[in-house]
Design a protein around this ligand. Structure first.
Ligand code: NDP
Length: 242
């Protein structure tokens, strides 16, 4: 039987690339989106059943057009993973407010955009799953993370709200809240002191963080449950993380 369509945002690196590899091995057709399509196209995947689209998740029209194009080819979206995200660390007294805005736009508006695009069809069909990539920073605070924490607490709040709104239609909304993992995420922070502080904090766990594949496995665990069971949230971190 043909497998249903999975849409993954932020598939050009880190968790998104790990998920793309995992679901590709399981034979699911996929729409993989990010701004850097060349990075997605360079992943070691079998592209037979994969559509790659350049999407900025803050642009709702562009995002919706990519999903419509994939659904015309592969059928309705059965799993949307709103994974795209940005973390720009800094002290609120010195950080450029444009960086707060970027995090709120991508991490919150991007998730709302994705959910609002697929939910009309999912609630009509009475099936489908949305998994939002939050963070342990969506549950507790971390110094130098003010706007990032605000965005990820936002992801927790909106995900639970929308889960309650659509649960009666048999649609699952779930979250994965990872701790620190080795990806490109920290590489975009311009505040060198914040980077040094983060690296020093990592040493409290022996400098060992999670492999992105473990986060992909958490996403797969949620998705692989029967449709009438919703694992609402998985918190996953390196054992030594505080
Ligand atoms: P990466 O920086 O490796 O990946 C981020 C991905 O998001 C990239 O594919 C990037 O693609 C994409 N992205 C960023 N901005 C946009 C945008 N405007 N439109 C579309 N895509 C965008 O980081 P991770 O893999 O670590 O991050 C994935 C998610 O996991 C994020 O939501 C992050 O907050 C969360 N997370 C990460 C943790 C970690 O320690 N790594 C811990 C907890 C949560 P491109 O630049 O090509 O557009």
């Amino acid at each position: 039987m043909t497998k249903p369509l999975i849409v993954i945002t932020g598939a050009s690196s880190g968790f998104g690339a790990a998920m793309a590899k995992m679901f590709n091995e399981q034979g699911n057709p996929m729409l993989l989106v990010a701004r850097r399509t060349d990075r997605i196209e360079a992943l070691p995947l079998d592209f037979k059943n994969i559509m790659v689209e350049g999407v900025d998740v803050t642009d709702r029209e562009e995002f919706a057009a990519a999903i419509a194009k994939a659904e015309a080819k592969f059928g309705p979206t059965d799993l949307l993973v709103n994974n795209a995200g940005v973390m720009l660390l800094g002290n609120v007294m010195t950080q450029d407010p444009k960086q707060w805005q970027t995090m709120l736009d991508v991490n919150v508006m991007g998730v709302l955009n994705g959910m609002s695009i697929v939910l009309p069809e999912m609630t009509k069909r009475e099936g489908g799953t949305i998994i939002n990539m939050s963070s342990l920073a969506g549950k507790k605070t971390f110094v130098n993370h003010a706007a990032y924490v605000a965005s990820k607490f936002g992801v927790h709040g909106l995900s639970e709200t929308i889960r309650e709104e659509v649960s009666g239609k048999n649609v699952r909304v779930a979250m994965v809240a990872p701790g620190a993992a080795e990806t490109e995420l920290l590489g975009h922070t311009t505040d060198t002191k914040a980077v040094t502080d983060y690296e020093a904090w990592k040493q409290t766990m022996g400098g060992v963080t999670m492999d992105p594949m473990h986060v992909a496995e958490a996403v797969n665990f949620i998705y692989s449950m029967p449709q009438d069971v919703n694992v609402r949230e998985i918190d996953i971190a390196a054992t030594r993380q505080d």
